[in-house]
Write a protein that binds this ligand. Structure first.
Ligand code: FES
Length: 282
């Protein structure tokens, strides 16, 4: 680890060094984990105690103190996924990757881990690879997921990708539809809301394909910015009841057709999202 490189990461946060999470995210993005030396330098440079820095670094599952592989493969072993066959999925993933849960493959391509409930219990067993959700995973699907990951997960294949499915959402306050059939993203009606950050306030359209991160906005929203999102009809804030499991930011919440709850992270660039088809409201 080059100290100069680390200092240049810290320099990018000169204007606001009080928030550790964005700095830790940048360090992890560069090194694929949080090296002990980097945390020591971070503590020195920000005037925080090493205990504080480690407290944040170990609180969120998104951070790792051990080197991770290029791809992070997480198998949900929460109760609902467990009874739907998660142990078989863990076993098959270990067999296909040649490593144990909690470890990284020798070629440093994959880290395999087990995690607890992701809030999409009705669709279990759930596997998440690099933020992409795979639902109803069976033993035979595991090898396809791994192959798909090696081929490039960020390519959104709207037609053939079974991870991507359409959702229809309404405002949790006024129950008005948030769908905008007149403006498509990913060839599907977009979700139209209003967004506010800093002194800016304007429209935001999200893809209605769960699993796609495509969006359009009246303004460029800088990475890491926390935004507030409002219903364009009743102007209520669409603030969720929980925080993002990846970065801790507040979640944005909408009602999915059929009574479930869709939540997406309010931090630009974070891929944290949840779908709870059992949820009935707030
Ligand atoms: S138990 Fe796996 S998503 Fe809830």
């Amino acid at each position: 680890m080059e100290q100069g490189e680390l200092l240049s990461i810290l320099e990018r946060h000169n204007e606001n060094r009080s928030g550790l999470i964005p700095i830790l995210e940048d360090i992890q993005a560069r090194y694929n984990h949080l090296p002990a030396e980097a945390l020591r330098v971070l503590a020195d440079e920000t005037g925080r105690s090493l205990v504080d820095v480690y407290g944040v670094a170990t609180f969120y599952k998104a951070f790792s103190l051990k080197p991770r592989g290029k791809h992070l493969c997480s198998v949900c072993t929460g109760t609902a996924c467990h009874v739907r066959g998660a142990p078989i999925i863990v076993e098959e993933s270990e067999r296909q990757l040649g490593t144990n849960a909690g470890s990284t493959t020798s070629d440093k391509e994959f880290t395999l881990e087990t995690i607890h409930c992701l809030g999409a219990c009705a669709l279990g067993p759930i596997v998440v690879v690099d933020g992409h959700y795979f639902s109803n995973v069976s033993r035979s699907k595991v090898s396809r997921i791994i192959k798909r990951t090696r081929d490039g997960l960020d390519k959104v294949d709207v037609e053939g990708d079974r991870r991507i499915f359409p959702i229809t959402v309404t405002c949790s306050r006024c129950n008005h539809s948030l769908m905008d059939p007149g403006h498509a993203i990913d060839d599907a009606p977009s979700i139209r809301v209003t967004v506010s950050f800093g002194r800016k306030h304007g429209w935001l359209r999200l893809s209605s394909l769960y699993g796609s991160y495509n969006l359009e906005c009246e303004y460029d929203i800088p990475t890491d910015t926390l935004v507030q999102v409002f219903c364009p009809h009743c102007h209520s804030g669409l603030k969720g009841a929980s925080n993002c499991p990846d970065c801790g930011a507040p979640m944005i919440s909408m009602i999915a057709r059929g009574g479930g709850i869709v939540q997406v992270c309010s931090r630009r660039g974070c891929k944290g999202h949840m779908l709870d088809l059992n949820g009935g409201g707030f």
